[in-house]
Design a protein around this ligand. Structure first.
Ligand code: SAJ
Length: 439
């Protein structure tokens, strides 16, 4: 299911509150508001459901009619622990989904923010289009909350001018807030409820009002600050993690060079009270850690040097894995690439999200060298997305001699014994069998 945001001119119309709102269901928490959540993807949907399940009147809007139809048909659009339960609670509480923008006083925009791979800058088109569409519905006095991850200065550079161009005065007609999301795929529902949050607002009172709204479900501490600080904290959090992972990946390369055990070294170092190194892996995927730090490189190319190198290190990992495959095949006298299988297609374990996945990056690198034929399997990807893809573990294993563990899904940890007669390159350090190779 695509969560692509809507660009210009896709506004499906404006709808008045009463048509979509269930009678008698206002605010157990005393919040006299209806929230229109715009963009029902990985962030917008859980947020809309969480608000609704906690007594806030919510209408979810998305330009993708198929997605809206699926939700209205009583099905969620992606797999996530606890999401289906939350969905049931929210439906019982009266949440509804539409392609139309609502007339209300609070909007939460959570549309995607892709980045331009060449310039490394954010592409704010979806956010701007959503803001423009919201303004067609929003009455004077409404608050527009941007949840989408944006680079520092995006609101100043693009969102404020978009609002002013419509003749609306910020701080009088429209109030702006940035409330960046922080939830981790795989544990979203729990983290939505328990993580601390940041609210950036021009106006303290507006920030406090939005804080009260999020506090309807969020048990963490909610800090109110200014918009630019909120924008920056979000990107810095993901950059910190990206740089830490890059450090681990660089250590893996150093240790490989002199045949040292990087995992043991990191384990021991992390016993120091002030050291906390993350784990090396076959690359960094997802739409956050592998993307957001580039915003800083794109905007501050002369200053963001460490970040730039870290991102290049992470981006180089699929090539490093390809090289390890080549080394192992040579060592074992293996010649047939079609007997090599990649386990895992998603960007990390136990999610069905393939955005920027290291396996897809690796396959692309291989294709660029005119290579092909690697077999691929992922228990969470049911559709056919790449060539030579398998849909069950046993037939995948029967077709390969060398298994490359790219993703540590629960399945492979459970079924590790099935790899005992294979050559294994374990890029995730989860297979405890003799003779296993590592990155
Ligand atoms: N990875 C490693 N080594 C590690 C940890 C992760 O190689 O030790 C890889 C993963 O395999 C994956 C990638 O990094 O390919 C990113 O995965 P992740 O689990 O680190 O993070 P995301 O992208 O799923 O979610 C992050 C989270 N940010 C932080 O922890 C600072 C989450 O809280 C954010 O809300 C999310 O980005 C976001 O939407 O920005």
């Amino acid at each position: 299911m695509s969560f692509a945001g809507c660009r210009e001119g896709t506004n499906r119309g404006v709808r008045r509150r009463e048509k979509c709102s269930p009678a008698g269901k206002l605010t157990r928490k005393g919040l006299d508001t209806m929230v229109n959540v715009i963009g029902l993807g990985y962030i917008g949907l859980p947020t809309a459901l969480m608000l609704a399940a906690h007594g806030v009147e919510v209408v979810g809007t998305d330009c993708n009619a198929e997605l809206v139809g699926t939700l209205n048909g009583g099905r969620t659009t992606f797999r996530e622990a606890g999401l289906d339960w939350l969905f049931r609670d929210a439906l019982a509480a009266g949440v509804c989904f539409t392609t139309e923008y609502q007339v209300t006083d609070t909007y939460i925009i959570s549309v995607p923010t892709p980045y331009d791979k060449f310039s490394k800058k954010i592409d704010p088109a979806y956010v701007i289009a959503a803001v423009r569409d919201v303004l067609k519905a929003a009455p004077d006095g409404a608050t527009v909350v941007i949840e989408s991850t944006i680079s520092p200065g995006t609101i100043e550079k693009y969102v404020r001018p978009a609002i002013e161009a419509e003749g609306r005065v910020i701080g009088r007609d429209i109030f702006l807030v940035h409330a960046p999301e922080r939830i981790i795929p795989g544990n979203m529902v729990y983290e939505l409820e328990h993580n601390n949050r940041t609210i950036g607002a021009d106006d303290r009172a507006v920030g406090e009002r939005i804080k009260t709204l999020y506090a309807s479900f969020c048990r963490g501490e909610i800090v109110v600050t200014d918009i630019k600080t909120a924008e920056m904290t979000k990107v810095v959090e993901n950059t910190f993690r990206a740089v830490n992972i890059a450090f681990a990946n660089e250590l893996a390369k150093i240790c490989r060079h002199d045949d040292m055990d990087v995992y043991e070294i990191i384990r021991i170092c992390n016993m120091h009270p002030r050291v906390n190194i993350l784990q090396p892996g076959p690359g960094v995927g997802g739409h956050c850690i592998s993307v957001d730090p580039w915003f800083l490189v794109g905007d501050y190319p002369g200053l963001a040097r460490v970040i730039n190198e870290a991102m290049k290190t992470n981006d180089g990992m699929p090539d490093f894995v390809l090289n390890r495959i080549y080394e192992i095949m040579r060592e074992k006298g293996m010649k047939d690439v079609s007997r090599v299988g990649l386990y895992g297609l998603t960007y990390k374990e136990n999610v069905d999200d393939m955005r920027e996945s290291p396996t897809l990056q690796l396959l692309e690198r291989q294709a660029r060298h005119l290579g092909a034929g690697l077999k691929v399997y992922d228990p969470l990807i049911t559709g056919d997305v790449v060539a030579n893809q398998y849909h069950d573990l046993d037939s995948f294993l029967a077709a390969v001699d060398l298994v490359v563990v790219m993703v540590k899904h629960d399945e492979i940890r459970r079924e590790a014994e099935k790899l005992s007669d294979k050559v294994v390159l374990d890029c995730q350090n989860v297979i405890d069998l003799p003779g296993v190779y590592h990155i």
